[in-house]
Write a protein that binds this ligand. Sequence first.
Ligand SMILES: [Zn+2]
Length: 294
Amino acid sequence: MKHIERIGPLWFIRGQNRGRYPYCHSIFLPEAGILIDPASDRETLTQMRDEGLVKAIWLSHWHEDHFKDLDLFDDLPFFIARKDAPPLSSLEEFLAGYDSEEDFAYWQQVLLTEFHFRPRYPAGYLIPGTTVVLPGTRVDVIAAPGHTPGHVALFFQEGEILFLADYDLTPFGPWYGDHNSSIEDTLASLRYLRNIPARVWLTSHETGIFTSSPGELWDKYEGVVYEREKRLLQALEKPKTMEEIVNLWIIYGRPREPRAFFAFGERAHMKKHLKSLIDRGLVTHKNGLFSRAD
Ligand SMILES: [Zn+2]
């Protein structure tokens, strides 16, 4: 089968386009028949389904670029952390953070057509702090909130392989743009994960496999968060409206299409940073204008 690399007890299935959104890399545990994050390569996943290899699905978290091909396995049980289950139960829940009608309409369409969204209910939960004993390996389920509240990392004891999921160590940096994401939890999860001893590190996007310690990539990845904040704070030396802040494109670097997608991401991250800066007394918000407090 194409796009598959065998690592210890698991298969690493490369996502299309280096696993960049709307794809991710998938992981498969052949002895247990567990497929994790089915959104890598539809052809390969279809073949695996047709050969009867897959018995159950696990999701690292609720994002659409991790369940794009879940519709191939709708007859199988799926598992996710309890905190991340609600968005999958309906489009309204999924889109709860989208306050403009235009954004809602755009996303509704994209989720139904491109991501095969349908309401889904887990057969059971991945419980952080527990170890799941499977044929082939034991798997530690690790709470890694921030990106989403129920985001989990997985440690495969056989082979000492740590799956970081969307703490993906890419140059873009961490995503914490949803209404229930958190910058502080993201930073805490990064610090926790980097201290777990492992032999191999796997991520959901881009490079995907690290056979030696990611080392300074951890610092760079975390540093993106501080860089975003620094640039926002500099820009607020002159007071700005939310629209003006979005148009700085601090997250994405420049305006991109489709605008509804990228403007949402830009605004969502800026809101998180503004809240954090206001909470620390570094920024004020008066008459619709944000400005540095000093
Ligand atoms: Zn994600």
